[in-house]
Design a protein. Structure first.
Length: 178
């Protein structure tokens, strides 16, 4: 009898710890904000160009190829800075790359993400980088914000390719959550 009671007691404790997975989303309160996807067309995404110097606003990774610095601008592209005089660096140009968040370099080649594509630049002359190759769909992309425990507008592929997310006020709780 004592063993049966103990077994029943243990089963009651264990079953009280099991929760329905759907309840998880109900436990995260909606604070009136959520993430909205930013869309671009395939043509807009594929447009990569070297343009005049741009101000740094959300810098990320830095690669050094003396005397030049390559500085990632989160989601936008890569700044090229002449650092010959470290007390007076000169921002000389910007490689505009939609959806660029990461970069790496080896030798005279610069590798960068362009949302799902991998783009390769010849930077043997940093003042005039040349796009040498695009590897389509080399990088997996998720159609949800890079945060957990947030509400967001569900992605509608007919609107284009998601290039980023912005937090905005929302009058009602969106249908998607992560």
């Amino acid at each position: 009898m004592k063993n049966r009671f103990l077994l029943f007691f243990l089963l009651a404790i264990v079953s009280s710890c099991v929760t329905d997975g759907d309840d998880f989303y109900e436990r995260i309160p909606f604070d009136g904000t959520g993430y909205r996807p930013n869309y671009k067309t395939a043509e807009e995404m594929a447009k990569i160009e070297v343009i005049g110097a741009q101000p740094l606003s959300k810098p990320g990774k830095i690669y050094v190829l003396e005397p030049y610095l390559f500085i990632n601008e989160s989601g936008q592209g890569i700044h090229i800075v002449d650092n010959s005089d470290p007390k007076n660096p000169k921002n000389i140009s910007f490689i505009s790359i939609t959806g660029n968040y990461d970069m790496a370099a080896k030798g005279t080649f610069l590798y960068a993400d362009n949302l799902t594509n991998l783009v390769v630049f010849d930077i043997s002359n940093p003042k005039a980088p040349k796009l040498t190759k695009t590897v389509p769909n080399a990088i997996p992309v998720n159609n949800y914000p890079p945060f957990d425990g947030v509400y967001f507008e569900c992605v509608e592929s007919k609107k284009g390719i998601v290039t980023g997310w912005e937090k905005v006020p929302m009058s009602q709780k969106p249908n998607c959550m992560r």
